[in-house]
Design a protein around this ligand. Structure first.
Ligand SMILES: Nc1nc2c(ncn2[C@@H]2O[C@H](COP(=O)(O)OP(=O)(O)OP(=O)(O)O)[C@@H](O)[C@H]2O)c(=O)[nH]1
Ligand SMILES: [Mg+2]
Length: 607
């Protein structure tokens, strides 16, 4: 494979990859107001990319632009080496772009509509590697309402051109109209600056360079006499002086692989400039998104405090129920022993009493908590009555104070409007639905936290040391109380005839003291448990500080914000990728000129 072919293939692959990435980025744009103009800009860029791709294999298209009468048509003739475009003293002369090319070349090859140009086919040597476009001027005063003006025709043709030959004269080099059009078209093209009328005008190139330099790197600025150059060509003479340099640049230096490099540089310039403009827009709009994200966190923290406060109170108020559960688990771990039996009886009585508490639940937090905790046990029993689930769901929704939700939704709606995001996500209905789901997941989380807390505490309070201490204390008391009746029965009644069997009083008293002892032991055991439980619940509630319990509220809006951030991040990545490519690709800059990125050429028109 030859070098130019390889360059061409590389360029094709690069253009395709870039177009695909840009297309994907534009397709994934979020419903965010500032994204709209950026997406539109990138779609226009893609159209330009399509045009550049279309003419990748074709000769370079060199457009000659400049104010009326500066000698564009005369320069086209000089470059072609023949009379190809009409020149005249009456202004304006050229009204439609004139495409000067070899007979094998057609406007369609460059994506140009044939009706929009006058095609001049000439088999001239100068046209071997380039196509000349003699453009109409941008400064003829015409009715701006007229649909078909010189300016409109000029704007229509410029995106199809690779190199802009900017012609001027001593009189016109400061023309604002021309500068504006140049600024708009320059990003997608290399530039060659030419002063005409070298035979009659002063050399203003230094001053012109100064006018250009804030916005352009002008490269070599040529000074030519087009009429003399055309006459030389007609007489079969070789080009001379500055004109020879210009001819050499266009016909030799920019031929072949250089043409591909020019196109690649143009494409990357255009892409970098467009993406840079998009980034500027998005960067300007992003603080409003950050403010919205901050406001969401703040409102969540507020709502969460409203949710966690009652939940903590509820957990503390139901301490006896947790205690009872822990006792049940401890008894189950200990299996069959006197103290385990005592625990079971105590827990059984407690269960009867506290089980009723579940059904006396009144506050939304209570109902929600019990709905979640008893989800497996109590509610399932009632499942046949389908109302049970609806009741739990209502209770979960009721965890939130509707006034709080409305206030939060209003605040966030203001921020999302400011940020340019769709407002439906901040509507009360949407927020209420999100709040219900968030409440449900929070309460579900609390239920499982309580469950593991009960398990943890049961484990902590059922170690061997604790167990044997209580077993010994209870067993000792039982042994002590059994000693006298046993002695009375086995020893006294057989060996001591004077003794009498113990009366009912003794047994009642023994039972009384046994109960008192059991009570004391239970009191000691459960009071330790209870104080530990309080600490654990407080610790649990401390873990709910911050916006986390209300994380699901404004989730849709938060997702939109994330999408916007991803969209912006992707743009930054694309822009940096294009900038890196641009720095790597060396266009044959010298003596070509080009637009300086990021310096905002004057009067830039939106592409
Ligand atoms: N002496 C001299 N005259 C020139 C030169 N270039 C162009 N002219 C003359 O300037 C006049 C205008 O030239 P054109 O080529 O028609 O100018 P243009 O820029 O195409 O003008 P429009 O088509 O109206 O935009 C003609 O009479 C040319 O002969 C030059 O280098 N030297
Ligand atoms: Mg002309």
């Amino acid at each position: 494979m030859t070098c130019p072919e390889l360059v061409q293939l590389e360029l094709l692959a690069e253009v395709d990859a870039l177009a695909e990435a840009l297309g994907q980025w534009a397709d994934q744009s979020p419903p965010w107001q500032p994204a709209r103009p950026c997406t539109a800009l990138v779609r226009r860029l893609l159209e330009r990319v399509r045009l550049i791709r279309l003419r990748l294999e074709s000769p370079l298209v060199v457009a000659i632009i400049g104010g009326t009468g500066v000698g564009k048509s005369a320069l086209a003739n000089a470059l072609a080496g023949d009379q190809v475009a009409k020149t005249d003293r009456s202004r304006p002369t050229t009204r439609q772009p004139t495409l000067v090319c070899r007979p094998s070349t057609t406007p369609e090859m460059f994506g140009i509509e044939p009706d929009s140009v006058t095609v001049v086919h000439r088999d001239l040597p100068a046209l071997a590697n380039l196509v000349l476009v003699d453009c109409p001027d941008p400064d003829t005063t015409e009715s701006p309402e007229a649909p078909d003006t010189n300016l409109a025709r000029l704007r229509h043709i410029l995106p199809h051109c690779d190199v802009l030959l900017v012609a001027t004269t001593q009189q016109k080099y400061r023309s604002a109209r021309v500068a504006d059009e140049l600024a708009a078209a320059a990003a997608g093209a290399r530039l060659v600056f030419v002063q005409t009328h070298a035979d009659v005008d002063q050399d203003i190139r230094d001053d012109w360079r100064q006018v250009l330099e804030p916005h352009y790197t002008p490269g070599h600025v040529y000074l030519v006499d087009s009429l003399a150059a055309l006459a030389d060509a007609g007489n079969g003479l070789e080009p001379r002086g500055e004109f020879a340099g210009l001819m050499d640049l266009l016909t030799r230096q920019l031929a072949g692989a250089a043409a591909a490099r020019v196109r690649r540089a143009n494409l990357l310039d255009l892409a970098e400039e467009t993406l840079g403009a998009c980034r500027q827009r998005l960067d300007a709009a992003i603080p409003a998104i950050a403010a919205l994200e901050e406001a969401i966190e703040l409102q969540r923290a507020r709502l969460a405090a409203r949710l966690t406060g009652p939940m903590r109170d509820e957990l503390l108020a139901s301490r006896r129920v947790w205690e009872n559960r822990i006792l049940g688990q401890i008894a189950a771990r200990w299996g069959f022993s006197p103290f385990a039996l005592l625990l079971r009886s105590y827990q059984g009585v407690g269960g009867l009493f506290f089980g009723a508490l579940v059904f006396r639940a009144r506050t939304p937090a209570q109902v929600a908590l019990w709905g979640a905790i008893e989800g497996v046990r109590t509610w399932r029993r009632h499942r046949r009555e389908r109302q049970a689930e609806a009741r739990a769901a209502r209770a979960l929704a009721g965890c939130w104070d509707q006034t709080d939700l409305r206030a939060a939704a209003l605040v966030i709606d203001g921020y999302s409007m400011e940020a340019g995001l769709p407002r439906e996500a901040a509507s009360l209905d949407a927020v209420a639905a999100e709040a219900a789901a968030a409440g449900e997941s929070f309460v579900g989380g609390v239920a499982s936290e309580v469950d593991s807390l009960v398990g943890r505490m049961a484990k902590r309070h059922s170690n061997w040391f604790t167990r044997w201490r209580y077993e010994l204390l209870l067993g000792g008391m039982i042994g002590y109380l059994l000693y006298r009746p046993a002695r009375n029965f086995f020893y006294d009644s057989w060996l001591n005839p004077q003794s009498r069997p113990l009366g009912l009083d003794f047994y009642l008293l023994s039972l009384f003291w046994l109960l008192v002892w059991c009570g004391l032991l239970m009191w000691s055991f459960s009071s330790r448990l209870r104080s530990g439980l309080r600490r654990e619940i407080e610790k649990l509630a401390e873990g709910w500080a911050g916006p986390q319990p209300a994380a699901g509220v404004f989730a849709r809006l938060e997702e939109e914000c994330r999408r916007v951030q991803r969209y912006r991040e992707e743009l930054r990545r694309l822009h940096e990728h294009v900038a890196a490519l641009r720095n790597r690709v060396t266009a044959p800059e010298e003596p070509l000129g080009f637009r300086v990125q990021g310096r905002g050429a004057r009067g830039e028109r939106k592409r």
